[in-house]
Design a binder for this molecule. Structure first.
Ligand code: SAH
Length: 391
């Protein structure tokens, strides 16, 4: 681990890295302490798993485009709480190759007479650039978000870009003509390559399209998933539920060690990717359903179905009582609860401990160094019927 830590010159204006300037070991301590406080009286908090090299971990980089007062194109991030663009040349947590590609695109705009989009007037073309890189496969996707579908001399533009960066494997144009702060619009055209990239996590191959959710720190994702899978203690015959499964990552990794896996996810695009991923990994013992996880579990419980292990990885708001009470009815031996918000996680874990489960411990994993975001995985196991102690 580095003892000297670099300092970002625009940290204050950008605001993305709340822990900028705090030595990394201290950042880890702060996060561990926060989890410990939240889980006090619930279960033991284990040592946080930090990164060896906590920089340039982000595999997805977003830059918003604008111009400065002289009319020169700039790219970077919105200044905290505003729509003013702070220029970014390099970022300490983003993938360096992605930043280089964004810089190249910015430098090409003038000669190609491509105007950056002006949010106030609605004039101009290029709004955002997103770069996604598969760290394991080295495949790179560039997404050019434009205000209109018309992209003059796009073929020459792609040719020139690929000449400088032959490592780019696909380029997608996404059209966003809305006035909202959402980065991506609904329509897209593949300008070059296959329109998606692939990445490998724990021996499984995943397809990542322009709009699908994928963990942004693949190094720590393997640590997190590795922990989750080992806590599940799969022996090969279990019925496993992967709730809030996204593109099916956890379920597909678990499928190698389980009897059968059921994945449930609300976003139909993510489910489509998950089904493709099952095929790609030749996993025959996994099925995916598009549904609200709570409603789905209620149905399963009504039908009297059982599960041996439940993985759950809800959004920041946590789970709901419909889900949690149904989990209790399905009576899994173990529940592995992954969360990007330990506050709602502690709340939900508390509920489960009041309904027949014992919290065995919580393991924080630092997925987002330099920021104040915390990720943690908690293991719950069912209490034997004869040991009805209230902890
Ligand atoms: N486990 C996945 C995704 C976690 S992100 C991974 O590690 O990659 C949380 C997921 O929950 C998102 O994909 C989101 O679309 C989904 N989600 C949000 N609310 C939901 C609900 N009510 N029911 C089912 N899925 C939901």
């Amino acid at each position: 681990m580095q003892t000297k830590f670099p300092v970002c010159p625009i940290a204050k204006k950008c605001g993305g890295c709340q822990y900028q300037g705090i030595p990394y070991p201290q950042q880890l301590m702060k996060k561990e302490k926060e989890v410990r406080a939240l889980f006090k009286g619930i279960c033991t908090t284990h040592e946080i798993a930090g990164m060896e090299e906590p920089y340039h971990y982000r595999n997805k980089v977003h830059a918003v485009f604008d111009r400065d007062r002289k009319g020169n194109p700039i790219s970077g991030v919105y200044k905290m709480g505003t729509h003013q663009v702070v220029p970014v040349e390099q970022c300490l947590i983003e993938d360096e190759k992605a930043d280089e590609i964004i810089g190249t695109i910015r430098g090409m705009l003038k000669s190609f007479k491509i105007k950056t989009y002006d949010e106030d007037t609605g004039y101009g073309l290029l709004r955002h650039v997103l770069v996604k890189r598969g760290f394991a496969t080295n495949e790179i996707m560039v997404i050019l978000v434009t205000a209109s579908p018309v992209f003059p001399s796009k073929n020459n533009f792609i040719k020139a870009l690929r000449k400088i960066h032959p490592e780019i494997t696909t380029v997608v144009q996404n059209i966003n003509n809305r006035g909202t702060s959402a980065v991506l619009g609904k329509k897209e055209h593949v300008l070059y390559g296959k329109g998606y990239i692939e990445d490998v996590l724990m021996g499984c191959r995943f397809r990542i399209s322009a709009s699908s959710f994928y963990q942004i720190n693949p190094i720590q994702t393997e640590v997190l998933y590795g922990k989750a899978i080992s806590l599940a203690g799969l022996a090969g015959r279990e019925t496993v539920i992967d709730a809030y499964c996204g593109i099916g990552t956890i379920g597909l990794i678990a499928a190698k060690k389980a009897g059968q896996v059921i994945g449930v996810e609300l976003n139909p695009d993510a489910v489509r990717d998950a089904i493709g991923n099952a095929r790609r990994n030749e996993a025959k013992n996994i099925r995916f359903f598009t549904a609200d996880a709570g409603e789905f579990m209620v149905e399963m419980a009504k039908e009297g179905q059982k599960a041996d292990v439940v993985f759950m990885d809800p959004p920041r708001s946590g789970s709901d009582e419909a889900f949690l009470s149904s989990v209790v009815q399905l009576a899994p031996k173990r529940i592995v609860y992954i969360s990007c918000n330990p506050t709602t996680q502690a709340r939900d874990v508390k509920y489960l401990t009041k309904h027949g489960y014992c919290a065995e411990g919580v393991w924080p994993v630092d997925m987002f160094p330099m920021t104040d975001e915390i990720e943690a995985v908690c293991l719950l196991s069912s209490r034997k019927p004869d040991t009805k102690v209230n902890r």
